[in-house]
Design a protein around this ligand. Structure first.
Ligand SMILES: Cc1ncc(COP(=O)(O)O)c(C=O)c1O
Length: 416
């Protein structure tokens, strides 16, 4: 069954935004997605009813305990894990810093930590700093610069008996390439190393299945999958228990609570539940008889399968359109069926700085990013760090083919 983008769009108030009398084009999904009305209502509902800290002997506090548990159950359905393997925090970056410090304490000289040239810096620098503090060595996995994809041969050559942890992306936020996570984890697990997966960019674009990936840890950010600004960490329960979290003395000593520092944003957690419910509702609406499975996990998987299919169409349309503009170059995957990519495109326009292109598009109400968007390594590996990076145009399942066409037409004009 196919997604109905018009039905989807009607759920997102921000998609009605106008500029200069025209609807804007939100082609900035990789930097953060808009939220459906149900997420807004869930969040404002918490604040309107009155939110108290959790763990108290009164109903408003019990509500916060309830929302916290509901959020763990929701993200467990999104990731295919159990709820006691899910912890929340401010964002992916702060959760990765916390985990890397805790794991890094167990490393010493001679140990090796592996990062990749495809990752956002939030999956590179925390591991480099933890390695530095422990006296461990950092090694890099290369990318194939023709296709901007992770080189699994390089991964195989880089890991070895001294590798303690490998941090990989599930998809690139810079150029959209997908990584075969299950295969990469298999390579990592051919050694004794732990596999940490950054699924921040991937989560809104495809099914996450931590059991099938067999990764040890995985992180995502709800604001990239139609929810609020909150980070979510999955860890195999035994590993979340094994490592010593930096935590306050009165804070929980068991996993997953010991990985959550300070007071959580309960309104955001309510928004996380609503975001996963939103995805589930998309899946359920595709079934012969809505909610026929009765399983939110199955509904989410159905939604993500339909999303993949819909986004393939958007990607092909975009690639077809830009291929007719000689001055535009796409960095990354342009061929294949299916295209092993998300609809996130890193492009350059001959003779124009990326910031200039982004600002001209912005002036027309087309929202895109330019520069490196913290993807320091891929931008350097692709040889565009000194020329201002790339222009990033990214679609999600609420974007329309007509919007892709509008971006192409604008690029054609700007390229001259
Ligand atoms: C792939 C990827 N990883 C990590 C991050 C950092 O996430 P957060 O903003 O939640 O710290 C981002 C944010 O853009 C990202 O795209």
């Amino acid at each position: 069954m196919r997604l109905d983008p018009f039905a989807i769009r009607s759920m997102f108030p921000a998609l009605d935004r106008q500029q200069g009398g025209r609807p804007v084009v939100w082609a900035d999904g990789p930097g953060g997605t808009q939220v459906p009305r149900t997420v807004i209502e869930a969040m404002s509902g918490v604040l309107t009813r009155g939110a108290s800290n959790h763990g108290g002997y009164f109903s408003a506090s019990a509500d916060s305990d309830e929302v916290h548990e509901a959020a763990r159950a929701a993200v467990a359905d999104l990731f295919g894990s159990s709820p006691d393997e899910i912890a929340f925090g401010q964002n992916m970056t702060s959760m990765t810093f916390a985990l890397s410090r805790a794991i890094g304490r167990t490393w010493s000289e001679g140990d090796e930590v592996v990062v990749t040239r495809l990752d956002h810096d939030a999956n590179v620098t925390p591991w480099m700093l933890a390695a530095r503090d422990a006296g461990a060595t950092v090694r890099f996995v290369d990318i194939d610069t023709e296709t901007a994809t992770l080189d699994l041969d390089s991964l195989e050559e880089t890991v070895g008996p001294n590798t303690r942890l490998v941090a990989i992306p599930a998809a690139s936020n810079a150029v959209g390439s997908l990584v075969d996570v299950a295969r990469a984890v298999e390579i990592i697990h051919s050694t004794d190393a732990l596999a940490f997966v950054d699924a921040v960019h991937y989560t809104p674009h495809g099914p996450v299945d931590v059991r099938a990936f067999d990764c040890d840890f995985l992180v995502a950010s709800a604001y990239k999958f139609f929810g609020p600004h909150t980070g979510a960490l999955y860890g195999k329960h035994e590993l979340l228990e094994r490592f010593d979290a930096y935590r306050l003395r009165p804070a929980p000593s068991e996993a997953p609570g010991k990985w959550e520092t300070g007071t959580q944003s309960f309104e955001s957690l309510a928004g996380v539940v609503a975001a996963v419910d939103y995805l589930g509702s998309i899946g359920a609406s595709l079934a012969e008889s809505p909610r026929s499975t009765g399983s939110r996990r199955a509904d989410v998987l159905a939604a993500m399968a339909a999303t993949r299919q819909y986004e393939q169409m958007l990607s092909k349309r975009f690639l077809d359109g830009v291929s007719r503009i000689p001055k535009v170059r796409v960095f990354g995957i342009t061929k294949g069926d299916p295209l092993e990519r998300t609809p996130t495109f890193g492009i350059s326009v001959d003779g124009l700085a990326p910031d200039r292109v982004a600002s001209e598009l912005g002036a027309e109400g087309i929202f895109v990013w330019s520069g490196d968007y913290y993807a320091v390594e891929p931008i350097a590996a692709l040889g565009v760090a000194d020329t201002g990076g790339l222009v990033r145009i990214g679609f999600v399942h609420y974007n329309l083919p007509e919007e892709v066409d509008r971006v192409i037409a604008a690029l054609e004009r700007i390229a001259g």
